[in-house]
Design a binder for this molecule. Structure first.
Ligand code: ADE
Length: 237
């Protein structure tokens, strides 16, 4: 996978994604990350990339020219799925991450100020995606969130390939609680079943924990899970 990010704050992306599991995976060339400073493509003096919106209103807009020229320089005529990171986009989900992880190349466009001139968005954007119903100061954090969620699904990125697989098996449920040594900490004991060595009982306990946690914390996901289970039961009877 090749990720491209068009941004006014390249260091944010490079530093944010250059650490930990993703930093190591990039060093092993399991994916590549090409970060492009939109400001390098402006034709205006003093590196200006923004201007006032026609019709008035608060704040400044990113202009079409530098965004388009940065896009052209990166894509060089190839058709590349181009994601505009915006609170006006469709919601980002695990399903979307899985879908995007199948692409060979992805370009993320990060906006700033009050947004980007609509005309360039119309020409280059294939997908508008939001990471949630709240507004951030720019698209860099959302782009990093999405790249992280996509990159960890790529073969070899997680040390243990079954981590991603197990998740998709339980994809409608929240994770069960986990424990490590010592067996007793602050007077709290690790649940007995996890010490038993009985894999069948352990799996049953974990599923039960996932279900009850989901019902309590995310009734919306629980309802989806319950409907799916009902459907499976009906089809198999
Ligand atoms: N840019 C600013 N806020 C955002 C959000 N919630 N999702 C995606 N991009 C954004």
């Amino acid at each position: 996978m090749r990720f491209h990010v068009l941004t006014l704050f390249p260091e944010m992306i490079e530093q944010g994604l250059g650490q930990g599991i993703l930093g190591k995976a990039a060093a092993r060339q399991l994916f590549t990350l090409n970060v492009v400073n939109i400001r390098d493509y402006t034709q205006e003096r003093h590196g200006k990339v923004d201007d006032y919106p026609y019709g008035g209103g608060a704040g400044m807009l990113m202009q079409a020219q530098p965004v388009y020229d940065a896009f052209e320089a990166v894509t060089a005529g190839r058709k590349v799925r181009t994601i505009y990171v915006t609170p006006q986009g469709e919601p980002f989900t695990q399903r979307k991450a899985r879908e995007l992880s199948e692409e060979e190349e992805l370009l993320f466009l990060c906006g700033h100020y009050e947004g980007i001139d609509e005309r360039v968005l119309e020409e280059i954007v294939t997908d508008s995606i939001s990471i949630g119903d709240y507004v951030l100061t720019g698209g860099e954090l959302p782009a990093m969130v999405m790249i992280d969620a996509i990159a960890r699904l790529l073969p070899g990125v997680l040390g243990n390939d079954s981590s991603a697989e197990e998740e998709s098996f339980h994809c409608d449920l929240l994770e069960y609680p986990q424990y490590s040594r010592p067996e007793i900490w602050h007077g709290q004991k690790v649940p007995e079943v996890l010490l038993s060595g009985d894999h069948r009982k352990t799996a049953a306990w974990r599923l039960e924990q996932s279900v009850s946690r989901t019902a309590e914390r995310r009734p919306d996901l629980y309802e989806k899970y319950r409907r799916k289970q009902e459907m499976i039961k009906r089809l198999s009877s």
